[in-house]
Design a binder for this molecule. Sequence first.
Ligand SMILES: Cc1ncc(COP(=O)(O)O)c(C=O)c1O
Length: 411
Amino acid sequence: MALPDLCAALGALERDHARRRLRPLEQSGPVLRLGGRELVNFSSNDYLDLAREPEVVEGARRALERWGAGAGSSRLITGNTTLTEELEAELAAWKGCEAALVFSSGYLANLALLGAFAGPGTPVFADRLAHASLIDGMLLSKAPWSRFRHNDVSHLAEQLASRKTTGALIATESVFSMEGDLAPLPQLASRKTTGALIATESVFSMEGDLAPLPQLASLAAASGAWLLVDEAHATGVFGEAGEGLTPGLPVGRENLLAMGTFGKALGNSGAYFCGTRVQRDWLVNTARSFIFTTALPPSVLGGTLAAVRYLRKHPGLGRALLDRSAALKTSLERRGVPMVPSASQILSVFCGANEKALSLAAHLEAKGYLAVAIRPPTVEPGKARVRLSLTRGITEEQAVGLVDAVASFPF
Ligand SMILES: Cc1ncc(COP(=O)(O)O)c(C=O)c1O
């Protein structure tokens, strides 16, 4: 696009109240500073405020001092350390899985998982509201795909039943003539027989509602499909010690692919996959977004390891946040605020039009609360909202103040 066309396109976004702008914070945390003003932060995904937890900061600091600032290369070159593998062992134990694999971000992990486990012979069935990274992974994988109505297991079952049997042929040598290496035959064999991949989030990032995971798992088991669960917003919050919602699902461990991120309730950055050793090995060997990117910096690995250990040492932190979130939601509803149905720490005030969401966000900011307007394409057109997330560091008094501020908006 030529420069005048870019300017015109940005102008069109502006007219639709859809233009986005970056704003630099002068201070972060539960109370942040923006444009010289202190605002209570209801837009953070650092749900447990672990980014500033002293044990987590100390874990990051120790790793920085021992290993230096950067990893120096990708994992398969010299970016794999004993610290990385220590974190992976901790993650696997926490999630009750055989093995874990760390990725540089959740976006990259989802590209990897879809690329490695779906493809032209393995169709993808994704929840209508699945995160952009799952959708982009699905598109990149070149798999035939469809999307089922949000959380509608019957719709998914219909789609699975009517799928064409897309047999795929995988050709390989068992011992490669030029390299002399061996093909990963067990992985290739399991890839051929799976036949479909179901993709969902366990806690939806914008709705805050939960996927019907037990039903999805049973359906996956019955239809021989892989179930890929994105635990980005469940990790750290759901489960006794924040291990999320995938442990114990009624699906064989070979059929479950669980991922989650470090950038939300773990207060760091990056992501994990948890599953079987063979699945991990397959990812290490095939996932381009794992292979062709620099490994996470040691400080992030050390900080994440400390965050997971902190959660395992202090079970119940997520439960307490969920109880407080439920109370906040009830208070907002009692004041007549139109809420998106939710069962988590993510609470969205429904606005519909982009302009209304922007004016509610501006109204709250004027009263000292930061809560960002979420507009298409992050949500469907006509479903703009102001997304509120409660974090552990927000006081009761601040939460009560927010309820008053939202309720005083002329819906
Ligand atoms: C559901 C979901 N999956 C994946 C991601 C991507 O994670 P990351 O920010 O680590 O790339 C996000 C983050 O926005 C998310 O909300």
